[in-house]
Design a protein around this ligand. Sequence first.
Ligand code: ACM
Ligand code: ZN
Length: 749
Amino acid sequence: MRKILLGLAILASFFSIQAQSLKQNIIPIPVSAVSLRSNYSIDNNTKIIFDASQKLDFEAKWLKEKIVDKYGINLQISNDIALLNANSNIRFIVSDTAKWCEKEGHHININQNGIEIIAQTQAGIFMGLQTIMQILPQSKNDNKLVVSGIKISDKPSYQWRGLNLDCCRHFMEKDFVIRYIDLLAMHKMNTLHWHLTEDQAWRIEIKKYPLLTKIGAWRTMSDGSIYGGFYTQEDVREVVEYARQRHINVVPEIEMPGHAVAALASYPHLSCTGGPFEVERQFGVFDDIYCAGNDEVFTFLKNVIDEVLELFPSEYIHIGGDEAPKVRWEKCPKCQKRIKDENLKDEFELQSWFINQMNDYITSKGRRIIGWDEILEGGADKYKGVTVQSWRGFEGALDAAQSENFAIVSPTTYCYYDGDVAHTTLKTVYSFDLIPEGLAPEHHHRIIGSEACMWTEYAPQHTIDSKLFPRIVALAEVLWSPKENRNWDNFKTRLETHYLRLNELGVKYGFERSPMNLEIKSDMANKGFICTIVPGQDGLSFTYAFVKNGKTDEFKKYEKPVFTSDASGIEVKIFNALGEESGTVSRNFSFHKAAGKTIKINTPYAEQYAAGGNNNLIDGMKGTDNFRDLLWQGYTGTDVEVIIDMEQKTEISKVSTSTFQSTLAWIFHPTKVDVYLSNNGKKWKKAGEALNKISERNSDNTIQEFSVEFKKQKIRYIKLVAKSIGQCPEWHRGAGHNSWIFMDEIEVE
Ligand code: ACM
Ligand code: ZN
């Protein structure tokens, strides 16, 4: 009986959390929230009161400024402790007895006796203020702000709730970084992971090595222009202090041994080969990394770390460790000597040894390292007490947690918000469970939290909001709120109010999932295409324009599927619920003679790049300049051989196709494309060939058309063979591994 009653009580309290938090629309949802009948009115006579010895000046000023800005009500701040016991006003109390709150939790009581926030720490009070700001009414009435009574107890599920900002691939202005500190605070996040060094830039001033920013902060773009920027030590201090006041820890990331080309361009003697190098303008993974056999590298890195430790009080320092190819180390006599001298098995153990040099140094200064999961490649048993950031799935987190280390779990599927929202939807993020499958409960405490990762290869500053939001809101709730309080439908409802808060702050949030699907079907009878827009979420509207002879028509409002027989493409603009243009999609198509006919593919395409499947190469749709657009079909380690059956003898004189080259992604143009013709599908006659004209060493992303023309003739069968280069070339990072061919439409005219 007792058990049943207890069960009912828990159920009742669960519903009160849901009902109340839904009404108040608090994000992240609190541990418990119970509404009260009484309420409290804030007006110009209301004071914020705290004991001066409790150092809550910043918190009080923060609340005062928010309230005067939003409501024009000017609260007084008072340290008169006699008033702390009075039944009125807004009272902040830091008390050791509030043990339940731990470091960031708090109790909030709002009733006829005022507003009281109790916590163990200033951080707990500050996090409570974020909740208060969400539950204040939209506007004041008669110069009074009437706040509904409520009793909240709240604290986080995970201690590490972060955002990783890559300020290297694209530079972010200091004020933009500061704005993100406020946005993190609003979502009760507590860590800014500041990614400051890369192949494409070194962004932090180091006094001892001025070339790092004189050379390393700037790169020459393909059009000859110079792109870059860096943070002075003064800038860094300002950002760190701004964050500290808001109880956010700033963790710098100084990458090693890989992702270091900008440093090597500045100081080439730190490499295995001696260079010279240019700051990279391409994106990818590069062979030139710090030499592990050269003692000067460690002197350099320790000197850099010394200045970094001065600037960042953070207990944790991120030293990267990801994506460090071993090809230079394999050939470098100094690195090989190190392997021998230190009795190491191979280059992977050399990486562990490298990381441990820096781990020992940083630990000796009373700090701790974080490294990406590749630091475990030489064996998880090489470390004790380090923190691993697991990004290639959960494996690294599992290994770390099972080997007396710790893990920040940020797998690409759930946490990489530079990625397409079509793959990592808001709902996917909300379903994120940090605990790796198979991890025994006694190790769960080693999973300390997660981060939103904002990589910026393809994301200049003005696009960051739309990639991070709303997904980071879902992540904030996953990290803060207890699992049993989380509910997707409930979250979606609260998010509607949260969007209004984001609007007020000018956050240009993006989509919850793919905003639209553009379906294009060939209409054989009418020799054209029917274009249909399928919206991915409510509240969006679209305009479209056809492209004819290289010119874009006027945009028209999209209402129903549209047909064209003379356009070569369509452009669509997407408008969000506020009517703001928030994205564009374009497709090229071609109604050629083989569109919609029959195709036989003799060489299998890769499942993950199947694009439209078997008919992809004759569906009339051409690939875009993004090879991941699901329009390019990918083949690995094989020529491409296909046979098109025109179904009846058809007069033709030209066969063409296009391929994509992105050598950093191991995708190469074929050496040539051969075209054969037949009328029985058995005896073939070569009609011609088209040769590759773009060097395999050209690392720009390029699209090349291969076109074979011949005497006009009536033909039933066409065979097209694209010759692969086979394995990646000797000089390439993928040497010895299969290369790729990416092909789109085969056009027949
Ligand atoms: C990573 O995404 N290379 C950590
Ligand atoms: Zn070396």
